[in-house]
Design a binder for this molecule. Structure first.
Ligand SMILES: NC(=O)c1ccc[n+]([C@@H]2O[C@H](COP(=O)([O-])OP(=O)(O)OC[C@H]3O[C@@H](n4cnc5c(N)ncnc54)[C@H](OP(=O)(O)O)[C@@H]3O)[C@@H](O)[C@H]2O)c1
Length: 237
């Protein structure tokens, strides 16, 4: 893959679910996509599937909870691409199963924060040199959740929900830090989506879940930054 003259995107947790659909849609729009996957075999399966469909896809091993893995991932990326137009921080875990804040397991909270909050921060930090070289400005999309919206916060999955509220704050921080550098940073609630995380009763397809994220990565005005989105509309924090 020689991506010097092509738009490029890295999506974390792209071996399945919403992340895989984001990768497919961006590849259909002509992006060279990097399939971030903590499991190389699963990631390769996805990148090979997209290549068979005629798209440019490369698997990159990246565990967002492991700083060494993140450094190595960008080492690999740098051999294939000079810049990055789009970063989608999509990888996340949901471990709260019927958990209650009153008895919240702090180790589980720490694991959740490592993947859902510290992970996107570390990945964004290491992606920045490549994002800043994007010829027409860069875009970062953090995949959040309606569960993280403070205006509607109840008792659902406290560790996960609080991690997504924190991810929204991460979005605002990076947006403000990068606003003079032509890097737009937004977060998205994809809705309740049928994936391993969302379960089979969820109301939305992966196509619908990916829609607003792909829009922010491509057609949304570059000037839109520091906002929380659902179905291409700005929503309350
Ligand atoms: N589905 C929903 O209803 C829903 C609703 C709101 C928000 N979201 C958000 O949408 C995003 C995608 O969720 P999904 O429904 O597609 O979930 P999913 O099917 O469970 O996929 C999650 C992805 O994240 C990866 N991942 C987890 N921990 C990781 C780590 N430490 N390093 C790298 N990758 C890691 C998983 O890898 P493995 O395959 O190796 O486990 C998988 O590829 C998440 O941010 C989620 O919070 C989903």
């Amino acid at each position: 893959m020689n991506t010097n003259h092509q738009r490029t995107a890295l999506i974390t947790g792209a071996n399945k679910g919403i992340g895989k659909e984001i990768a497919r849609k961006l590849a259909q729009k002509g992006f060279a996509v990097f399939i971030g996957s903590r499991d190389m075999a699963k990631g390769r399966e996805t990148s090979e599937e997209l290549c068979r469909e005629g798209y440019e896809a490369t698997c990159i091993q990246i565990d967002v909870t492991d700083p060494v893995s993140i450094k190595n991932a960008f080492g690999t990326l740098s051999q294939k691409a000079s810049h990055l137009d789009v970063l989608v921080n999509n990888a996340a875990v949901l471990e709260d199963h019927g958990e209650d804040i009153i008895k919240l397991n702090v180790e589980m909270l720490e694991r959740t924060f490592a993947a859902n909050v510290a992970g996107p921060i570390l990945v964004t930090q290491d992606a920045l040199p490549y994002l800043l070289k994007a010829p027409h400005g860069a875009r970062i999309i953090n995949v959040s959740s309606g569960a993280g919206a403070l205006n509607d916060m109840q008792t659902y999955a406290p560790a996960y929900s609080i991690s997504k509220t924190a991810l929204n704050a991460v979005t605002r921080q990076f947006s403000a830090a990068l606003q003079d550098k032509n890097v737009a940073v937004n977060c998205v609630d994809p809705g309740w989506v049928r994936t391993d995380m969302g379960g089979s009763n969820a109301t939305r397809s992966v196509e619908k879940g990916a829609e607003t994220i792909v829009w922010l990565a491509t057609d949304a005005p570059q000037t839109e930054t520091g906002k929380f989105w659902h179905d291409k509309q700005e929503v309350e924090w």
